[in-house]
Design a binder for this molecule. Structure first.
Ligand code: FDP
Length: 343
């Protein structure tokens, strides 16, 4: 069995650095910092612990299955979706750091009472990949953080703004362990929750998205609805394989946050193109595509809807959807070429 000292010496990162310590260490990069961001990240960490506790016991305490309600998107709400959503809202409402929130599960913006409001706006998907809950497959929470634009009131532009204005973004994956990944726009760092002491420790510093694509993540059953460029593009990626050498593997969990996390670490491209019939994708701009695109870019990757950089989209509605291609920069850049050739 690996002893602690061995584990410490085998770590590529500064072993023993907690999430809060790390955020504090980086405060000098933000000269106008007042400590609210540090508190906000600590509270998001708490949300991750509370949701972890529920996810880990879901099969034991009847948390699998649907609530019987539909959300604003017309999807069946899972019991854990509801718990994760309520947890996120209540923890952040009490944090003193947040002025308003937008959630995948809520019809409207959630405003925080003035006496508790802080500097930040948070858009989140409380539990992404929820169709995987009942089968013990990794799911996650995704969040985007913006600074409020007005000191005394929340305005629509606080929420309906391009993703490039994010000050930070992140996600928490409930997988073989709970990992919290976030970027403050300077680096992308990964923390793993140690369940024995309830603390997040830094386990990956300044993550870089590998330039080389080895994983292709797409739901191929949607092929009849793909726009015309997608099949030739997917075929061109697969054509890199030959009988002597497999260079590309198909990996698709169907839980965006988990697919993204794997590709960030291993090198891959994820796509969910816009439907050729209605021209819309499935994934939501505000709390799925924007935060992951922000992380991808800081890690040296890129994200597009096919023609536009994801972070330049100005959403007109809370639950707006878009097509998404996210992965290494060269792979994503190649999409524009296929669109020019195949439409
Ligand atoms: P889910 O509906 O299970 O919550 O946008 C949500 C999402 O999962 C993504 O996590 C996932 O990648 C995608 O939808 C899967 O959609 P399809 O089943 O249409 O492939």
């Amino acid at each position: 069995m690996m002893v602690l000292a061995e584990a410490m010496s085998s770590q590529a990162v500064d072993f023993g650095i907690t999430l809060t310590q790390h955020v504090l260490r980086k405060q000098h990069l933000h000269p106008d910092a007042r400590g609210q961001f540090t508190r906000l990240m600590a509270q998001i960490g708490v949300v991750g612990k509370l949701i972890t506790a529920q996810v880990r016991r879901a099969g034991l305490i009847e948390l699998w299955g649907e609530t019987g309600d539909m959300n604003v998107q017309g999807e069946h709400v899972q019991k854990l979706d509801r718990i994760a959503n309520d947890t996120f809202i209540e923890v952040l409402r009490r944090s003193g750091c947040v002025a308003a929130m937008a959630s995948e599960e809520e019809d409207e913006v959630i405003e925080v009472a003035a006496d508790r409001a802080g500097d930040y706006i948070v858009c989140f998907d409380p539990l992404d990949g929820s169709s995987n809950i009942d089968v013990n497959v990794s799911i996650g929470t995704i969040f985007a953080i913006y600074r409020r634009t007005q000191p005394d009131r929340v305005v629509p532009e606080d929420i309906l703004r391009p993703g490039r204005e994010q000050v930070a973004a992140g996600y928490i994956v409930y997988g073989s362990s709970t990992a919290l990944v976030y970027s403050d726009g300077h680096t992308v760092d990964c923390f793993t929750l140690d369940p024995s002491c309830g603390e997040y420790f830094l386990t990956g510093e300044n993550l870089r998205m590998p330039e080389k694509t080895t994983m292709l993540s797409i739901n191929e059953s949607n092929e009849p609805y793909w726009p015309s460029w997608t099949k030739p593009w997917v075929d061109s990626i697969k054509a890199r394989n030959d009988p002597q050498r497999r260079r590309i593997s198909s990996r698709h969990i169907g839980s965006l946050v988990s697919d993204f996390h794997r590709n960030l670490l291993k090198g891959g491209v994820y796509l969910y193109p816009a439907d050729s019939n209605n021209g819309r994708g499935k994934l939501r701009v505000l709390y799925e595509c924007n935060p992951l695109a922000f992380i991808a870019e800081v890690a040296g990757g890129a994200a597009t809807d096919g023609t536009r950089r994801i972070l330049d989209i100005v959403p007109t509605g809370l639950h707006e959807r878009t097509g998404l291609v996210v992965g290494s920069k060269t792979e994503v850049a190649g999409v524009a070429d296929f669109i020019a050739r195949h439409g």
